[in-house]
Design a protein around this ligand. Structure first.
Ligand code: AMP
Length: 458
């Protein structure tokens, strides 16, 4: 199978080849011809499957070959395609893909998200762009101020729709949908199909074609996974030991909370291990810098929370460490999906203390595997240790609920919820995700009153 046979133009195939891809991934092979027919699409695909090119390539083709295509790169133009993503990082990466794959077309693009100045975005939008990639909150700001014209949109893409709903963006999405032209092509990408996603798809899509590519949790075999049992207060020395004794040079470490991420960065620094954190409380500039240093190999450890890490694209990342297990089992699959991409082998280790045994069980149930355990000599866990509720481990729920989402597409003020809030609500041994912590009291969706309070920090 080649990109040419999918019906893509020479200009696009050339850019794809230059990006180093020789053949389409399964999602690309299925999605590209479908999108080119102009119909709606419901696609089940996770990060790492090549989904971004799966919608970007046909989108570029449709826009560049249509009657309303611009004659050159600089002429004024209306926005004709809108891609909504849950996070800034993902928005930036999608727009980078648009630019990479569209370099031999006359199309141009812009990315808009919160947490950075709005004026440069206004300037860029004034002239018009063909493809706009945005997080929902900042887009609504522009719509509200009349600084973006969405009346000519022909194609709408919702990327990582499940994550957008998890992050409480449903109302924002509905507001955006309400102002778009009724006649348009809709593409919905989601890693999971909850009832909520199905309801959104029913409302949004017209007789969609559907695709579902192998879920990450059926392809994780290429990643070597290991559980290291450890006492809760020995996690940091164990991590430092693993990094030093194995001479790891590029390690992505996940913590459950922003506070935990900051603390770990500080501790590793004292051990002489270079580490930086990316999470919602960091400025966009700090996050971009940390990611760039990590990617180019100058930074050994990048510590991330789940939401901040969403959409991070690092080829051939060798080591992922779950410093804390995620409280949502699916996030384990997302996390370890950061390694072992495109057939490369990777290693994912999880430091698991007695508080996290139920979480581990939930994860193993989801991935239908029992993960191997290895006790590291010198770090044997105390067999008499009693589990403590997770929320007590770093300053109580108040600490954990400090709005993980606040640094994402839009800030929710100081108490926004998100992953951090979920972890704060769930003691070890409580119901796993199917109980939808986000929906029960205290989760992100119940955070509506908080959303309106506090600075929105856009
Ligand atoms: P995504 O699922 O869109 O986040 O893409 C995951 C990774 O796969 C990115 O690093 C892409 O650059 C890479 N990728 C996308 N399409 C292909 C392809 N056809 N062949 C090889 N790598 C690809």
């Amino acid at each position: 199978m080649s990109f040419e046979t999918l019906g893509l133009s020479d200009a696009i195939v050339r850019a794809v080849k230059e990006a180093g891809y020789t053949s389409p991934t399964p999602i690309q092979a299925q999605a590209i011809p479908m999108v080119l027919t102009g119909g709606d699409l419901l696609a089940g695909a996770q990060t790492g499957t090549g989904k971004t090119a799966g919608f970007t390539l046909p989108l570029l083709q449709l826009l560049s070959l249509s009657k309303s295509a611009p004659a050159n790169r600089t002429a004024a133009r209306p926005v004709r395609a809108l891609v909504l993503t849950p996070t800034r990082e993902l928005a930036a990466q999608v727009e980078e893909s648009v630019r990479t794959y569209g370099k031999y077309t006359n199309l141009n693009s812009a990315v808009i998200f919160g947490g950075v100045g709005i004026n440069p975005q206004i300037k860029q939008l004034k002239h018009g762009v063909d493809i706009l990639v945005a997080t929902p909150g900042r887009l609504l700001d522009h719509i509200g101020q009349g600084t973006v014209d969405v009346s000519k949109i022909e194609i709408l893409v919702l990327d990582e729709a499940d994550r957008m709903l998890d992050m409480g963006f449903i109302h924002d999405i509905k507001k955006v949908l309400a102002v778009l032209p009724k006649q348009r092509q809709n593409l919905l990408f989601s890693a999971t199909f909850s009832d909520e996603i199905k309801a959104l798809a029913d409302k949004l899509l017209n007789s969609p074609q559907t695709i579902e590519v192998a879920r990450r949790n059926s392809t994780v075999e290429i990643i070597a996974q290991m559980i290291h049992p450890v006492d809760r207060d020995k996690k940091h020395p164990m991590l430092a030991h693993l990094i030093k004794s194995n001479s790891w040079e590029q390690v992505l470490v996940f913590t459950r909370t922003k506070h935990g991420a900051n603390k770990l960065v500080e501790q590793l620094g004292k051990d002489g291990i270079g580490a930086l954190a990316i999470h919602g409380n960091k400025s966009q500039a700090a996050r971009t810098r940390a990611l760039a240093e990590f990617k180019d190999g100058t930074l050994t450890v990048l510590v991330a929370t789940d939401i901040a890490a969403r959409g991070i694209d690092i080829d051939q990342l060798p080591h992922v460490v779950n410093y804390d297990l995620p409280n949502v089992p699916e996030d384990y699959v997302h996390r370890i999906g950061r390694t072992g991409r495109a057939g490369a082998t990777g290693e994912a280790v999880s430091l698991v203390c007695v508080d996290e045994h139920q979480m581990l069980k939930d994860i193993e149930k989801l991935i239908k595997q029992t993960l191997p355990r290895q006790v590291i000599p010198g770090f044997e866990p105390d067999p008499t240790a009693k589990p403590q509720p997770i929320q007590l481990r770093s300053g109580g729920p108040g600490h954990r609920n400090q709005g993980e989402r606040s640094g994402q597409g839009r800030s929710r003020g100081g108490n926004g919820g998100g992953a951090a809030a979920r972890s704060g609500q769930r003691p070890a041994g409580a119901a796993p995700r199917s109980g939808a912590p986000a929906r029960s009291g205290g989760g992100p969706r119940s955070a509506a009153p908080q959303r309106n309070g506090g600075g929105r920090g856009r």
